[in-house]
Every structure is written in C-alpha cells, then in structure tokens.
Design a protein. Structure first.
Length: 213
C-alpha cells in the first residue's frame, strides 16, 4: 500500500484529472483540425414540405430553422472561443500544478514552497496555453468566410424562395458549402432544387438570387 500524505493526494489528483482532460481536449482540437469560432453554423433545419406545380403550386412547409450564419454568429463564436480557452487553460493549470507540486514535494522542499512553486508554475502554464490558442484563433480568423464572396457564385435552392419573402439556398463559398437565407432578385418564386446565381447581399446576411438554367 502507498502511504501518501494529504498534500500528495491533492497533487496526484490535480495531475491525473487535469492531465487527462488537457490531453483529451488537445486530441479533439488536433483531430478536428482546429475550431472555427466565427462559423459555428448551427443550421438545425426540420423541413416537412411538398412542392408540386400542376398549374398550381402547393408549397406546404414547416421549417424549424435555428440557422446561424457567418456575420450573425460572431457573438456566439466569441463566447465559444472564450469558453474553450478558459477550460483549456484551467486543465493546463491543474496538470502543471500537480506535476510541479509532486516534484517539489519529493525534493523535500517545505510545504508552503511546494504550494507556492506549483501554483506559480500552473498559472504560467495557463497563461502560455491561453496565449498560444489566441494566436491560433487569430490565424484562423484570416480565413473567415465572408458572405459577400458569394456574389456571382451559383448554387441551388434548399428551401423554396417565394416571390415575396425569403427562402434558403446552398452556395459554395471559399471552398465550403453553406446555407443562407435568400430572396428573389426579380420577385419570382424559385422552387426547391432550382439552380440559382447570387446577384447581391442584403443586410449582410441574406443573399439576393435569381434563377438560372
């Protein structure tokens, strides 16, 4: 049996819990290729619809759309990034706090010095991790999708665009297929599946589109 003092138990617990969480979150970050803090695109679309046009169009659609696009999602993205940085820094603090605490304790340093040294090292590690991840976010922000880059691009209608009102379209922007709210450029109804071209942007979040062959 191991005879551990209470302070050793604290250091071991901090090392194991903090280290495990830190490693798992780092693996998730690397495996996901980073995370896009401005394009947390939560398009949860539940569409029950039938489109048929035998001389008369019956467009019955129930669209539950919790759609957050680039430009409209900045606040949510910033919150997510802040939470990620905070959690990653916190796990780094506990991991280094535990490791340095154990090293100092085993070197027979006085108890208050082991705590002071381990806490200082943990805070330094947390700051370094936060700084590095902030630099990563800055690099990623250079590739943020800009909705105006959709002008001139072609795509397809995802949810019928009425003559008056808005629907949704799928358009490839900067190599990514995105879904945006859209209105008709010529006040003509455009059905689901029709090909469209983007002619403009309204309010920095809605595409203006026209039907193309």
């Amino acid at each position: 049996m191991f005879n551990l003092t209470w302070i050793e138990i604290i250091y071991w617990a901090a090392t194991i819990v903090g280290g495990t969480l830190f490693i798992l979150r780092t693996i998730m970050l690397v495996a996901g290729g980073g995370f896009d803090h401005t394009d947390i695109d939560s398009g949860i679309d539940a569409e029950i619809g039938t489109d048929f046009d035998p001389g008369m169009d019956a467009d019955t659609g129930v669209d539950t759309d919790l759609h957050a696009d680039a430009g409209a999602d900045t606040d949510h993205g910033s919150d997510a990034s802040f939470k990620f940085l905070s959690l990653q820094s916190l796990t780094a603090f506990f991991m280094i706090f535990g490791l340095v605490g154990l090293a100092l304790f085993n070197s027979s340093a006085p108890g208050f010095l082991t705590f002071l040294g381990s806490a200082s090292a943990g805070l330094l590690a947390a700051w370094l991790i936060s700084w590095m991840l902030n630099q990563l976010l800055r690099l990623q922000s250079d590739g943020t999708i800009q909705i105006h880059n959709a002008i001139g691009e072609k795509g397809s209608v995802y949810l019928t665009v009425p003559a008056k009102g808005s629907g949704q379209v799928q358009v490839a922007i900067q190599g990514a297929l995105k879904i945006y709210d859209a209105i008709s450029a010529d006040d003509k109804k455009i059905l689901t599946g029709d090909k469209i071209q983007v002619t403009g942007v309204e309010n920095n979040q809605t595409l203006i589109v026209k039907k193309v062959a």
